[in-house]
Design a protein around this ligand. Structure first.
Ligand code: SF4
Ligand code: SF4
Length: 555
């Protein structure tokens, strides 16, 4: 059946106002409507789960599902109507479990419950879609544009938190506090009657909870893969069959590396997988041969040119071009109709990547082609490990300032603000970077300042916590920002959701100096609107702001 569409959750959105016919990302109206319905269903889960938590009753599997479902609706993750329909039906079952949990704990339900809590996703897909108009974001808070905007800012922020929480869960780390917050905020959205004050408080709290979720993931990464260390990474290729792994899921990469051991198949990272080279447990595999290509927005050209199999572990997938449609695989939450999908782990076993490996062996593979070498793996431990040297360099004036250029990146041709920014940073300043934006300048020969590299790659958007830790340390050393919450609120999204989803930059006292106040939307892609600031540390990104922020920061 034909359905309407409205999505404005990322910076790519059509005309800057909303995708209403077809998503610029490739999302079609049916997938968009199903994602809206999934969000509606999750609001209902949150409404019951909050009541249960208020009575002290929790079931982690409910929080795990909430995170998975929200993550599935982030930009460039799930384009497959069949899988989205499956998630909606599962949401109906999870909501029933949340309702029973709350009732069993003694919660008293009001006589009037929100529509999202009352909705039972039954019937055919057409039956589900007939409910879609009520789930359209434009239907929220009729006649109250500001409140609708606040609700959606909160929703997009929750999606970012959910992405971090899901990644942490995959590595065995969950947080009841994070799940409780997700459910509490979703319950408020389900009721749709909060004022600006309560919504603003929840948006700001989203930033704090997001840092907690990032910390959880950072610790989970280190517990599983070791502490990242600066590591040279080849951008060239080796003779032989190959698999290119993109996305963010390091556990998928580890299992693939183990399953390709001794097979003659080389494994290359792509996009946000680049930081994997810094982790001791991953870099120890000799057939982790290097990094291929650049960022997500170049995948159609880069995958088409690679005589190799491709594995997308999470976002950001684009419509597979015909040239590689039969050799690209998805796994985890990422999905595209017609693309072979590697199922989830079951029964304590690894995922089975044999089909990907077989495909790689059937292809010509790469030839020996040496390439430039770059360095990855500057997590907060590596940077803070030379803190005394850094502080001395700042005090002597050798280092004037630090810039963090972090975030996703857009696909619009000619986009070059990250490149411009990196080029504009003076030679006595250091650039910290993370996420896809770095591919605009990752091969820049930035040199060093007294042995301290001027370009420090801190990792994925999933590693934004490292930047927070460094910001905290610098703030502490120079007394320029309050310790924790003053540095970054919100995020990711930049991630588009994940990165800087709800990026709030606010003026801070105590010696901190604010250049600019920015309230960013979903960072999910395109993390424009990063930004913060003290006299020594500037978080940036946004095409129009680049020049002025640099000048403001340099004063
Ligand atoms: S995710 Fe972004 S590009 Fe895709 S439909 Fe939504 S606003 Fe448009
Ligand atoms: S950094 Fe952002 S744009 Fe890049 S792959 Fe991750 S989510 Fe996508």
């Amino acid at each position: 059946m034909s359905v309407g569409m409205f999505c404005y959750q990322c910076e790519q959105t059509a005309k800057g106002t909303g995708c209403v016919v077809q998503g610029v990302c490739g999302k079609d109206p049916e997938s968009s409507a199903l994602q809206d319905l999934l969000v509606l269903a999750v609001k209902g889960i949150g409404w019951y789960a909050r009541l249960a938590a208020e009575k002290g009753a929790r079931d982690r599997s409910i929080g795990v599902f909430t995170a998975r479902a929200l993550f599935s609706t982030i930009t460039n993750v799930n384009f497959d109507p069949a899988r989205l329909e499956g998630l909606i039906r599962e949401a109906g079952r999870v909501k029933g479990a949340a309702r029973e949990l709350a009732a069993g704990a003694g919660a008293v339900f009001p006589s009037s419950i929100p529509a999202s809590a009352a909705w039972e996703p039954a019937g055919t897909r057409a039956d589900l879609l007939s409910r879609a108009p009520g789930a359209d974001l434009r239907a929220d808070r009729p006649g109250a544009d500001d409140l609708r905007s606040l609700e959606h800012l909160l929703l997009f922020g929750l999606k970012g938190v959910a992405a971090y929480a899901d990644h942490a869960h995959i590595l065995g780390s969950d947080s009841d506090a994070v799940f409780d917050y997700l459910h509490r905020a979703l319950a408020v959205l389900a009721e749709g009657r909060s004022g600006a004050g309560e919504l603003t408080t929840l948006v700001l709290e989203c930033g704090k909870v997001n840092i907690d979720a990032m910390e959880l993931l950072s610790q989970a990464h280190r517990a599983r893969f070791g502490v990242p260390v600066p590591t040279p990474v080849s951008l060239g290729t080796r003779e032989g069959p190959a698999i290119i792994v993109s996305g963010h899921d390091l556990l998928d990469l580890e299992e693939l590396l183990e399953q390709t051991e001794g097979t003659g198949v080389n494994v290359y990272t792509h996009g946000e997988m680049l930081p994997a080279h810094g982790y001791p447990r991953l870099k120890g595999h000799p057939h982790l041969a290097g990094h291929y290509g650049t960022a997500w927005q170049n995948q159609q050209r880069e995958f088409a040119a690679a005589p190799a199999a491709v594995l997308m572990t999470t976002n950001c997938i684009q419509r597979p071009a015909a040239a590689y449609a039969d050799r690209i695989f998805t796994t985890g939450l990422v999905a595209w109709p017609g693309v072979a999908h590697v199922p989830d782990r079951a029964g304590g076993r690894q995922k089975d990547f044999s089909a990907v490996i077989a495909k790689a062996k059937s292809l010509p593979g790469f030839h020996d082609a040496p390439g430039k070498t770059i360095t990855a793996g500057f997590g907060h431990e590596a940077v803070l490990g030379v803190a005394e040297k850094v502080i001395a360099a700042v005090k002597s004036g050798a280092i004037r300032r630090f810039f963090l250029i972090g975030g996703c990146d857009g696909a619009k041709p000619g986009r070059n603000y990250y490149t411009r920014f990196a080029e504009l940073v003076p030679k006595d300043c250091v650039i910290l970077t993370l996420a896809c934006g770095k591919f605009r300048f990752h091969t820049l020969d930035a040199g060093d300042i007294g042995g301290i590299p001027r370009l420090l790659d801190m990792g994925q958007c999933n590693d934004a916590y490292s930047a927070v830790r460094v910001a905290q340390a610098l703030a502490g050393a120079f007394g320029c920002l309050p310790a924790r919450e003053g540095v970054l609120s919100g995020d990711r999204d930049v991630d588009r959701h994940r990165q800087l989803s709800g990026l709030l930059v606010r003026e801070r006292g105590g010696g901190g100096k604010l250049c600019r106040e920015v309230l960013g939307g979903c960072g999910d892609h395109q993390g424009d609107g990063v930004a913060v600031v003290s006299s020594r540390l500037v978080f940036v990104a946004s095409s129009d702001l680049v020049q002025c922020i640099v000048s403001d920061a340099l004063g």
